[in-house]
Design a protein. Structure first.
Length: 229
């Protein structure tokens, strides 16, 4: 959780941990993120955490990995891509499907060619609305799922993005026979305390800040579309 003195705090995922530095990717959507965007080098920012769990990178060793992300949802999944790249022989195929509203909303565009060069990896990107200079695929990210071949018996899927996008992504992954217990989603709920005490991010019996934010779909499916407090 990051906080700006006099401005408030906000939960932000770690999008990189390289060369001893923690990387956060922040989209300006409110007062706190707007204040963070104005921070200069040597300014002081508050940090507490990290809280919660992580993507199942150890459990995924030996499996193929299917990553499906929408918008800024690729940020929490970037460390997974980097981990597979660093330890390529520990994992099977990696398929990365990434979608955003427009080409201007795509994050990490300078890294796309790097993703494509990772051994035994497929990288596909699409946008909801193309623009004149866009020569890639057009359509929501779920339109990419039928176009890739997966081995459902040997695939772990990791999904992050808007909840409506994750809802339809999970449906398509189940159609591909990927078991619900091997589909992992990252829940985005308003977290405050970070230790499961305030109840603000409670979903059924779970606290997103403490038990999540990453959940097996088999455990969270009954609460997936429940409105947050």
């Amino acid at each position: 959780i990051l906080y700006v003195y006099g401005g408030g705090e906000i939960p932000i995922s770690i999008s990189g941990l390289e060369d001893g530095k923690i990387m956060h990717t922040i989209k300006i959507v409110g007062a706190v993120t707007r204040m963070i965007s104005k921070i200069k080098e040597n300014d002081i920012i508050g940090f507490r955490g990290p809280y919660g769990n992580t993507w199942p990178v150890k459990e995924a060793e030996g499996f193929d990995i299917l990553i499906v992300s929408g918008g800024i949802g690729i940020a929490p999944l970037r460390p997974v891509i980097m981990e597979v790249e660093r330890n390529r022989d520990r994992y099977g195929r990696m398929i990365i499907l990434y979608g955003a509203r427009t080409p201007r909303d795509l994050v990490y565009r300078r890294e796309f060619e790097r993703y494509k060069r990772i051994r035994n990896t497929e990288f596909h990107v699409t946008v909801d609305r193309g623009e004149e200079e866009w020569a890639g695929a057009v359509g929501v990210v779920t339109t990419l799922i039928p176009k890739v071949d997966v081995d459902p018996k040997n695939t772990i899927a990791m999904v992050c993005g808007p909840e409506i996008m994750m809802k339809f992504t999970v449906k398509d992954l189940i159609k591909k026979k990927i078991p619900e217990e091997r589909i992992y989603i990252s829940m985005e709920r308003r977290m405050r305390c970070g230790i499961g005490q305030c109840g603000h991010c409670q979903v059924g019996p779970y606290f997103v800040c403490k038990d999540g934010p990453v959940f097996q779909f088999s455990k969270i499916k009954g609460y997936f579309e429940v409105e947050q407090i």
